[in-house]
Design a binder for this molecule. Structure first.
Ligand code: GSH
Length: 243
């Protein structure tokens, strides 16, 4: 049994999709986005970075003890290796998947995250951050367009963990007022993935679906919610020590 410590955002959804695709048994522990329930000494033992998602496999193939994995890219690799699916074994196809997976978690995800931050949370009237990061998201969509005009999926001809990583963030592009219709190959890829039964299950199950309030419109946070997301509570968590 796998426990998924979950937040209903694009990074969380990547892992829910992977678990559904791989037909692995799992339970979800939900951490509502603004509540800061993960900013604790206990949670820090799962992820020193105090971020979600985190996966705990109580029955790993290679150890008697539970294994804890943080970082969505590491989780996707772990699950692909555990299930033997969605990461080809051969050297060339494997590296195609790995380089697009790393591209997503190191650049595409963080840049989208910053664009969402400046649009939803930053003080209004400050355009620099919005312009910088939304423009960067558009640039990265052009990179995806280039790749997906030559290949059905990011890793080549087969759907893989690289697509599972990128798709939830691409889906969220409309929230940035970026029209995917300008990227025909990305649109085609996005629609094909959206129609997969595992993706439909992950995006619609009550435990893992992304609520409107997590993504849409300008966020109106209470002082406590702001502190959990960006302020003192968040930063204090990085100084918590084990007892
Ligand atoms: N690089 C990390 C990003 C994790 C991350 O930023 N998680 C966000 C949700 S998408 C989070 O935990 N937000 C709540 C918080 O920072 O308190 C990954 O890919 O797993």
């Amino acid at each position: 049994m796998i426990t998924l410590h979950y937040v209903a955002t694009a990074n969380g959804l990547k892992i829910a999709i992977a678990l559904e695709e791989m037909a692995l048994e799992y339970e979800v522990i939900d951490y509502p986005l603004f509540e800061g329930r993960h900013l604790t000494v206990e949670f820090r033992q799962l992820n020193p970075n105090c971020k979600l998602p985190v996966l705990v496999d109580k029955a790993p193939d290679f150890a008697d003890e539970p294994v804890t994995i943080f970082e969505s890219g590491a989780m996707l690799l772990y699950l692909a290796e555990k299930s033997g699916q969605f990461l080809p074994a051969g050297e060339s196809p494997r590296w195609e998947v790995l380089k697009w997976l790393i591209w997503q978690v190191a650049g595409h995800g963080p840049m989208n995250g910053q664009a969402h931050h400046f649009l939803r949370y930053a003080p209004e009237g400050e355009d620099y951050g919005v312009t910088r990061y939304v423009r960067e998201v558009v640039r990265l969509l052009n990179v995806l367009e280039y790749r997906l005009a030559e290949a059905d999926y990011l890793g080549g001809s087969n759907y893989s963990i690289a697509d599972m990583a990128a798709w939830p963030w691409v889906q969220a592009s409309w929230l940035l007022d970026v029209d995917l219709a300008s990227f025909p190959a990305v649109s085609r890829w996005s629609q094909v993935i959206a129609a997969r039964p595992a993706v439909i299950r992950a995006t619609s199950a009550s435990a893992t679906a992304i609520p409107t309030g997590n993504t849409q419109g300008r966020a109106r946070l209470s002082d406590a919610q702001w502190s959990n997301m960006f302020g003192d509570n968040l930063h204090r968590a990085a100084t918590l020590r084990r007892d």
